[in-house]
Design a protein around this ligand. Structure first.
Ligand code: ADE
Length: 188
């Protein structure tokens, strides 16, 4: 398998290049199980958004969960929010929006329990994701915050992939290209 070397938050990793379609491959960034990277990325992500600029952190499950937890732990936040991919029996009267993603076929939904949604009303919410690519998940998080009556305070990600690198409304730690089947960078 081809890999792509990347420097993130002072660390170096080799991202495995994985097929999405025959002519689209991604450098898979998976923080799960990498405690050193999770701690370092959380530290650097917190530097992208001043603590006084937001009330709460929000991400969407699943890959960013350890990251948001570590960001909360390092910044002393007692509560953070996770948009879920499905409603759960223990989520009262959930709200939801539609979501599309480069790595998941079809549409997904993002859910928040009414209790969480109520807490977000009138609050400034910093959106966080591990990778921003098409922007589908980020857009869904924005809609969820709006539905809950919250205000998007900013958008941060570890990596901005493909065209997302050109976005001026997000802050990120490193750019990540898209790849061809032979492991070469797309568009070069
Ligand atoms: N390169 C990538 N690695 C992990 N998750 C992703 N989601 C979108 N692009 C991704």
């Amino acid at each position: 398998m081809h890999t792509y070397p990347i420097h993130i938050a002072g660390l170096e990793r080799q991202l495995p290049i994985c097929r999405v379609t025959d002519d689209l491959y991604i450098g898979a960034f998976i923080c799960f199980g990498d405690a050193e990277l999770t701690v370092a990325c959380a530290r650097e992500l917190l530097k992208l958004a001043p603590a006084e600029s937001y009330d709460y952190l929000l991400t969407a499950e699943a890959k960013s969960i350890p990251l948001i937890h570590e960001m909360a732990r390092q910044s002393g936040a007692k509560k953070y929010f996770i948009a879920r991919k499905g409603p759960k029996a223990y989520m009262p009267d959930p709200i939801h929006v539609e979501d599309t993603s480069i790595t998941t076929a079809g549409t997904q939904r993002l859910y928040l329990g009414r209790d969480d949604a109520d807490m977000l009303r009138g609050k400034r919410v910093l959106l966080m994701d591990d990778v921003i690519s098409t922007g589908g998940s980020l857009h869904a998080m924005e809609e969820l915050v709006a539905l809950a009556g919250g205000i998007v305070a900013g958008r941060v990600a570890v990596l901005a992939e493909g065209d997302a690198q050109k976005r001026e409304d997000i802050k990120f730690l490193a750019p990540l290209p898209l790849f061809n089947a032979d492991g070469t960078v797309k568009g070069e």
